[in-house]
Design a protein around this ligand. Structure first.
Ligand code: GLV
Ligand code: MN
Ligand code: MN
Length: 417
């Protein structure tokens, strides 16, 4: 990366190192699922960071954490952020990079305003969206889904983790009042989590659209019995049915290799999970993604056919329920060109691309003009302790986001759609 901006920002790198210490794992990752002690501790650190720099901190009724810079009393706000929570044994960059980049970019803009070098038309707020990962409490993108009215706050607060703790309980000391300031636009920067940018040697991804996604909760119900004494013909082994499904899901991807279709089973719970017991029930989830929604629809049809066959052959019941989905949808073209022009001014190489992963911007883009930016992920490693983005790419992203936010905050306040 060679850009027309200050390439070294030791303060950003130091803050990122501090942030990465919350929930740090021996292998260099982080483990700070939503509402865990590590998540709450980093939120407290982040809130203090914001307060120390003159941001007004606000927590909403689902635990989204905001830091507001009110330059123009009563004006709508430009939001920028991502998420601080991580997957179990996750990486340091996923989400956290975007939150800290947003905070530093906003702080830079605030210093410009304070120095009299720039007069914005809109206010700016940094946000850490609660529970983007959806690992401890599903679904993912929970805070931004509630914020955008896609998920009822009451349902989100009642969601339980594996130990029956609710979101309301985990976040009891961290809930406030709903956000009421009109939002004019949103910008998010995130690590790519793939290796397109690395392969092409480009620094910035300008996200033009999201792949479609469909996630299912599946319950396979059999009958509990003795692994030794029950005659084979009498068994209703839920695990055998579930195993057949796992393989079928994997094979779906091969059948749609041209679409392409990405498929996975990420969670798998066996009951009672005891050595001498034929399992009575397995709960698993299925995650299907494609840039072509028709491929997902066709894959789901095939899956239903497989489910019908496996149910009969194994003697189990299989229930498939859609739990979370989003369409293949564009990000606003105006945001893509605004970001491209900003990258051009900074001398940063850039290319348009789709996002395969979901982001809080996936929700926000349906409500307000939204800009989504990527910086490269080394080797495309994601949801893994080994996630890495080069310092120079992180700093290029902060510079670009600062430029994009300057443009967004300079826009005249508009009637929201
Ligand atoms: C993120 O929430 C994803 O499912 O990609
Ligand atoms: Mn993320
Ligand atoms: Mn993630």
């Amino acid at each position: 990366v060679s850009g027309d901006y200050e390439p070294i920002d030791q303060e950003f790198l130091d803050d990122f190192a501090t942030l990465s210490s919350f929930g740090a794992t021996p292998a260099g990752g982080v483990d700070r699922e939503a509402g865990s002690p590590a998540d709450l501790a980093q939120r407290a650190w982040f809130a203090q960071w914001l307060t120390d720099r003159g941001f007004r901190v606000h927590t909403d009724d689902i635990g989204n954490l905001f830091g507001m810079l009110e330059w123009v009393p009563g004006a709508p706000v430009v939001l920028t952020g991502s998420h601080l929570d991580s997957q179990p044994l996750g990486g340091r960059y996923d989400g956290a990079y975007g939150v800290l980049a947003s905070a530093h970019a906003a702080h830079r803009l605030n210093q410009k305003v304070a120095a009299g070098g720039w007069r914005p038309s809109l206010n700016l707020a940094v946000v850490d969206w609660f529970n983007e990962e959806g690992s401890r409490f599903t679904p993912s993108m929970m805070g931004s889904s509630v914020f955008t009215g896609k998920l009822a706050g009451s349902a989100a607060l009642a969601t339980t983790d594996a130990g029956s703790v609710t979101v309301a309980e985990a976040m009891a000391d961290s809930l406030g009042q709903p956000w009421t300031t009109p939002v004019q636009s949103y910008a998010e920067i995130h690590v790519e989590q793939g290796r397109i940018l690395e392969d092409t040697g480009v620094t910035i991804g300008l996200v033009t659209a999201t792949w479609a996604a469909q996630k299912f909760d599946v319950v396979v119900t059999g009958e509990q019995s003795h692994t030794g004494s029950t005659v084979m013909a009498d068994r209703h082994d839920a695990l055998v049915g579930a195993a057949r499904l796992v393989v079928a899901v994997r094979e779906l991807a091969e059948r749609f290799a041209d679409a392409p279709l990405h498929t996975s089973v990420g969670r798998f719970d066996v009951l009672p999970n005891s050595p001498v017991v034929v399992p009575r029930e397995v709960r698993l989830n299925i995650d299907l993604r494609s840039p072509d929604p028709a491929a997902i629809a066709a894959a789901v049809d095939l899956l239903r056919t497989t489910i019908a066959a496996v149910s009969v052959e194994v003697g189990v019941e299989i229930d498939l329920a859609l739990s979370h989905a989003w369409d293949q949808q564009p990000y606003p073209a105006a945001g893509v060109s605004l970001a491209a022009a900003a990258a051009q001014r900074l001398g940063l190489s850039h290319q348009e691309m789709m996002t395969i992963a979901g982001h809080d911007s996936t929700n926000l883009k349906d409500q307000v003009p939204t800009v989504m930016l990527f910086v490269p992920s080394v080797g495309g490693v994601a949801h893994n302790e080994g996630e890495l983005t080069a310092d120079e790419d992180c700093l290029a992203g902060v510079a670009l986001l600062s430029e994009v936010l300057t443009d967004l905050c300079s826009e005249a306040p508009a009637i929201l759609r």
